[in-house]
Design a protein around this ligand. Structure first.
Ligand code: GUN
Length: 380
């Protein structure tokens, strides 16, 4: 083999070797695919912490019970999006501020304080916790992170008044009142106006107890109204005491805040019940959706927040029909409880003929309508 042939063969050999190598590398197992790692599930947001404070015990069968039913409803509706807690029997005043502050410190993102007298405490604590949302029933002071909500209780009181006006034999109604604030005065007046809409002879006597929940005082007040001739009682206090006293004294009365029919089967004419659940779902959702804005909410019969429920079977059908008609009017806007002329018990016109009260007027009611006896005590 001469030198040239040798070189040719060497080149050929190199080519074959290269081809062989290539063929060889083609046959090799592909590099192992990376083991798939399970993509982390999107982190589930921690449940929102929502807290409620009540002035009375949840077992009052009235106001605090109704709020707590609302809390439970919201918890059931919102499932694992929310965790709720409550503190009951919180006195209005310095105690309330301490409790609200504790709840904010514990990481609650929304705090509902459910009684009028918690207002000043809410204002103070809301200032110190700008990232927490504060909700106050039934107050009027707001801030960027504090808003208020309320039931139009007076609509239910008006419906109760229609029944009372027809069922009274003495034409004297009785009202056990808590504190002389516009909300409570509206309820006394609405009860009286409802009764007068079916019985112009009706008068209303009022006893003030200076408490929301004080069953012995509520009982004493009911007794004194009955001794004064009242035979159909309503109260703006939280317990069943007034209704139970009416049962013992063989008079009539209403449940207030919750269905109290079970407590006095003979005396119970109906209950002005509250339903807070829908609002609590909405408020918590507002935080979850980042749509929470300060402001005021006032819901009545139309929105299902209050109504006269469980009207007794023995109430005559024509009376029930009047209640149904009024309820319908409240729903469709053809009836407003405070429509002028509204005249107070000194003869002064408080709302001119034909005028329908707006929320500002309603929020400053400080008088008794004609037919309510006595003088409004100095304010809370
Ligand atoms: N019971 C306890 N607090 C309140 C309140 O603020 N409003 C009413 N209507 N009843 C209450």
């Amino acid at each position: 083999m001469n030198h040239r042939t040798f070189l040719k063969q060497l080149a050929l050999g190199a080519l074959v070797a290269a081809a062989g190598l290539t063929a060889c590398s083609k046959k090799e197992a592909p590099p192992p695919a990376p083991t798939p790692v399970a993509a982390p599930a999107p982190a589930k947001p921690a449940p929102l912490k929502a807290a409620f404070i009540y002035v009375g015990p949840v077992g009052d069968a009235g106001y605090s019970f109704a709020h707590d039913e609302g809390r439970k409803f919201a918890a059931a509706q919102l499932g694992d999006k929310v965790v709720t807690t409550y503190v009951e029997k919180v006195a209005e005043g310095p105690d309330a501020e301490r409790v609200i502050r504790d709840l904010a410190t514990q990481g609650n993102k929304i705090i509902f304080a459910t009684s009028f007298g918690f207002g000043d405490s809410m204002v103070k604590v809301a200032k110190d916790f700008p990232d927490v949302y504060f909700e106050h029933a039934t107050g009027y002071k707001t801030a960027p992170n504090l808003r208020v909500y309320e039931a139009r209780f007076h609509e239910g009181a008006y419906l109760a008044g229609i029944v009372a006006g027809k069922m009274t034999r003495t034409n004297t109604l009785g009202f056990v009142a808590s504190f002389p604030i516009p909300e409570v005065l509206r309820n006394i007046d609405a009860y009286t106006l409802g009764a007068q809409s079916v019985n112009p002879k009706v008068k209303t006597k009022v006893v003030w107890v200076g408490a929301w929940f004080d069953p012995p005082k509520e009982t004493e007040a009911a007794k004194s109204l009955i001794n004064g001739g009242a035979d159909v009682l309503l109260q703006n206090t939280d317990s069943t005491a007034v209704l139970q006293e009416a049962e013992r004294s063989k008079k009539y009365a209403f449940g207030w805040d919750s269905d109290m029919s079970a407590f006095a089967p003979k005396a119970h004419l109906g209950s002005v019940a509250l339903n807070w659940g829908g609002y609590y779902v909405k408020a918590i959702n507002d935080v979850l959706d980042h749509t929470w804005k300060t402001g005021e909410t006032k819901w009545g019969v139309k929105e299902g927040m209050t109504d006269l429920v469980k009207v007794a079977d023995f109430v005559p059908a024509d009376v029930k029909a009047k209640v149904d008609a009024a309820r319908q009017g409240l729903k469709d806007g053809t009836l407003a409880v405070f429509t002028g002329p509204v005249v107070d018990n000194t003869g002064k016109v408080q709302l001119a003929k034909g005028v329908v009260a707006d929320d500002k007027w309603l929020g400053s009611v400080n008088f008794y309508v004609k037919g309510v006896e006595g003088k409004v005590p100095a304010g809370k």
